[in-house]
Design a protein around this ligand. Structure first.
Ligand SMILES: Nc1ncnc2c1ncn2[C@@H]1O[C@H](COP(=O)(O)OP(=O)(O)OP(=O)(O)O)[C@@H](O)[C@H]1O
Ligand SMILES: [Mg+2]
Length: 322
């Protein structure tokens, strides 16, 4: 035990010493790998609060019973398994402003305390990280090295790939070897990682089903995951301008769950407006709630059931109206 404690101190010192440049980061990863091998203690600062996450999804993510259930259940199943067969791979789909990015941040926050600052939650945005399609070969190398290095340092790393619609096709397939069941390096288990992909692909299928359900007088909460999963998988595979276009990840069925985000109704948007007002100490302003929802666009044109931009523009509108 004493030896291990000493090694921890030496490891931390070396990490600090070497953490000032990219090449030295690789050295730090190697030291960490040796440390992991000896101590068998490389789950980082991973203290998941699954009950907290479930409660937060239930209370603060409006109208997304499928996402609430799928994310809570899949995560619990995965995290309670000390030796999972493969990493957890979730793919979020739905129209703009329905809560996809919000849920990915919540997931990071309840696994690591703070998704924004945790070194083990990695958020990629193609327009920022992979902006030039002609550089795909270079991005592939960098992404592979980044994922490999971080998994060596922390088996329970979380990788979020947002805005997959803008990801150059072909790039994401560099992750195929990491998403299956076989990859192990330096004793650190690649199968403990969590990957989340986010895109609007599949929104037509999701929105059509939500509309049909509504017209048929079916409760929104009666819509089941199985009614949408295959349709979403096909849509992302066949949609030409998105990162999963003809992707091996879909072909090889490496995604564990396609999570649909349903279009938000007027009632949900009202709740978003009210929450924003309350944050500003103005909960009682019913007039503003009505003014904002009245000014937003809902479709289809005749029935005006679902918000075009979900809740995305709500904070800006609240600022404007106050
Ligand atoms: N279902 C929801 N429940 C509560 N708030 C929501 C919901 N959906 C969106 N919001 C609010 O709207 C903001 C924008 O949502 P978010 O960024 O998650 O949208 P998105 O689905 O990622 O859209 P896009 O595809 O345009 O990126 C959130 O920060 C949150 O305040
Ligand atoms: Mg988003």
């Amino acid at each position: 035990m004493e030896v291990l404690e000493k090694m921890t101190v030496v490891f931390l010192a070396l990490t600090v010493l070497f953490s000032n440049s990219l090449s030295s980061m690789a050295s730090a990863f190697q030291f960490k790998a040796v440390y992991c091998t000896i101590s068998n203690n490389c789950d980082c600062a991973f203290h998941p609060d699954l009950q907290g996450l479930e409660w937060e999804l239930y209370r603060n993510v409006y109208g997304q019973h499928l996402a609430q259930e799928a994310v809570s259940e899949r995560l619990a199943e995965f995290i309670n398994d000390a030796s999972p067969e493969k990493p957890l791979v979730l793919s979020f789909h739905g129209s703009s402003g329905t809560g996809k990015t919000m849920v990915s941040w919540l997931l990071g926050r309840y696994l690591y305390g703070s998704a924004m600052t945790s070194p083990h939650v990695h958020h990629f945005i193609p327009t920022l990280h992979f902006p030039y399609p002609h550089r795909v070969p270079q991005y592939k190398k960098e992404l592979k090295a980044w994922v490999e290095g971080n998994l060596t340092a922390c088996a329970r790393s979380v990788f979020v790939f947002d805005e997959m619609d803008k990801m150059p096709p072909g790039l994401i397939d560099v992750l195929v070897p990491f998403l299956g069941s076989s990859h192990v390096v330096y004793q650190t288990n690649y199968r403990k990682a969590i990957y989340v992909f986010i895109s609007t692909a599949g929104e037509e299928q999701i929105n059509r089903l939500a509309l049909e359900a509504r017209r048929a007088g079916r409760d929104r909460e009666e819509i089941r995951l199985e009614e949408l999963e295959d349709a979403i998988a096909q849509a992302v595979f066949n949609k030409s301008c998105n990162g999963f276009y003809h992707s091996e990840i879909i072909q090889e069925k490496l995604v564990d769950c396609f999570v649909p985000f349903l279009p938000l109704t007027r009632r949900h948007v009202e709740r978003c407006v009210r929450r924003e007002l309350c944050l500003r100490g103005q909960c009682h302003r019913r007039d503003i709630i009505e003014a904002i929802t009245g000014a937003m666009t809902f479709s289809p044109e005749r029935e005006r059931l679902f918000s075009h931009s979900g809740c995305k523009t709500v904070p800006a509108k609240v600022n404007y109206y106050l």
